[in-house]
Design a protein around this ligand. Structure first.
Ligand code: ZN
Length: 86
């Protein structure tokens, strides 16, 4: 099942601003494998984002925390999250 995450990406290479996106992250439990350590790990993914100001795509790297005993099956960039500052 997906879980809603949000992420801030910036500075945007097109407009220089910071944008907020919703992410759909699919995690799955790694039941047959218990990691030796209990450390959460940071994993990086390269994805395409849409700049709301220029209305163009750009590529950026996002980082997610992976809890021990879990893995990330897929990461999809959803829509923009409303920015209260406009
Ligand atoms: Zn932008």
């Amino acid at each position: 099942m997906g879980r809603a995450d949000t992420i801030d990406i910036g500075p945007c290479p097109l407009c220089g601003g910071v944008h907020h996106y919703a992410l759909r992250v699919e995690r799955s439990k790694v039941s047959h494998f218990m990691p030796a350590g209990d450390e959460a790990q940071e994993k990086s993914f390269v994805r395409l984002f849409v700049c709301p100001k220029e209305n163009e795509h750009y590529q950026s790297t996002l980082s997610l925390i992976v809890e021990p005993g879990w893995r990330i099956k897929s990461v999809e960039v959803g829509g923009m999250v409303e920015d209260p500052d406009g």
